[in-house]
Design a protein around this ligand. Sequence first.
Ligand code: ATP
Ligand code: MG
Length: 482
Amino acid sequence: MNKNTIRVLVIEDEAFDIRRIRKTLEPFKDRIRIQDVVSNAKDALSAIQTHTGSVDVIIMDYQISGGLMGENLIREIKKVDSTLQIIVITKMTINQTDLYFANQLIESGAYWFGTKYPGDIEDYIYQPTDFILSITNAYDRRQLEIEKNSSQSKLDRNIRNILSRRPLVGDSPVMSQMNQLIEKYAQTNASVLITGESGTGKELVAMNIHYRSPRRTENFITLNCAAIPKDLIESELFGFEKGAFTGAREGKPGLFEQANGGTIFLDEIGEMPRAVQAKLLRVLESGEVDKIGRKKKYKVDVRVIASTNRELERMMERKQFREDLYYRLNILHIRTPALRDHAADIPILIKHFIQRYSSEFSMIAPLITSEAMNLLIHHRWKGNVRQLKNVVQRLILSSSDEIDHETVRTCLGLNSGSDFEEFLNPHFNAQNVMPLRELERDFRRRYLQFVRGVSESDAEAAQKLGLAPPNYHRMCKELGLK
Ligand SMILES: Nc1ncnc2c1ncn2[C@@H]1O[C@H](COP(=O)(O)OP(=O)(O)OP(=O)(O)O)[C@@H](O)[C@H]1O
Ligand SMILES: [Mg+2]
């Protein structure tokens, strides 16, 4: 059989019509082969279910006996394989010009329909050229749909790969809530502002929003406003035309142009100069980009996600950040929690990073003693998950088959006693004066962590602190340590 042979399944219960179909197709038997003829829906469905992929086109009588027929049968066939193309043939009794009828058929998934010749024509089922053409066109359409499905599933697989390589680890209540927000926000087109301390996963959240959104197959473009010179940000974002200024020998597409249809992530938006902030606001409001040196603006469809670890409210008070832009970006908001506020996730984060880096370094994943784990859980992670990740890498490289608490102390720099020193003698910072309540809370958290770190168990820590165990647990919970 030729690779391009069109395999046809006929669903027809009248011997006379089956004969007419065979005769009509006879001259084209090299191209079109009748694979099977069945007389009812049950046999039809079982034929395509048991031999999936063995049929390309179905020629189906509209009225067949045995209950299931017409539009309902079409829908059932499409459920089995949506790429199967169905041509419906009907008796003359059904008015050919009935557009409503045709529409119903097409809507339920039929590819085409034709009206049978009257019974006195014995050799053809209907106009042979039309019949053959509709079969070959149906076949072509099936090939296209198969190709489309396969590239779509390849894309989906790639996207799942991207996400599984960079998962957002953590199942504590705060992380689960954040995950739900990401899922919800991903379905919209509104701007999102992500705030949170350094190393808390802002970039990871932005990626997750894009790759879980309907824009996932389009570009995700990042501009880190802190990483490039301020006077280049504008031309990076909006591009310029050839000859726009001296030295512009070549034109340059802007990032907005590259992100068209997708998402742009403006990292460290707090570093964006005020002049560029004004231009960005105009683009966000009009959806049009004003390329340097170009007379006409051009339309773009880009979703914007911005992030910062700076206090934008404070920057607005000082007129360093435009209020109108702030409100335009902050339509949806996600705050990534500091690691100390979801310390309960530390064990699975550690396990995740141990797995990831041992395999990256081609090493066997070391075990970790419970004492070592305890130290890590109760450490003050000022650099949040990024710091934890770096420490785990160091631990893997400094351990053989087991990570013990001595290695942890060394990798955390605890042996020098510096953490304790700083704890006793904090460096108050004029730029970062906090309310007394917050300082007290910080102190309590750190002291509890410190005491737990030098104790064997929660019970021992509670005892040292002079607290009843339930009070100790409640306090740990309040401080985000559990
Ligand atoms: N929940 C998490 N699960 C797994 N990895 C995480 C998580 N949070 C952060 N990370 C990892 O920690 C590192 C820092 O995260 P990211 O770059 O997203 O932080 P950030 O908030 O953008 O920090 P900065 O403000 O310093 O840019 C990255 O390698 C990231 O993959
Ligand atoms: Mg970042």
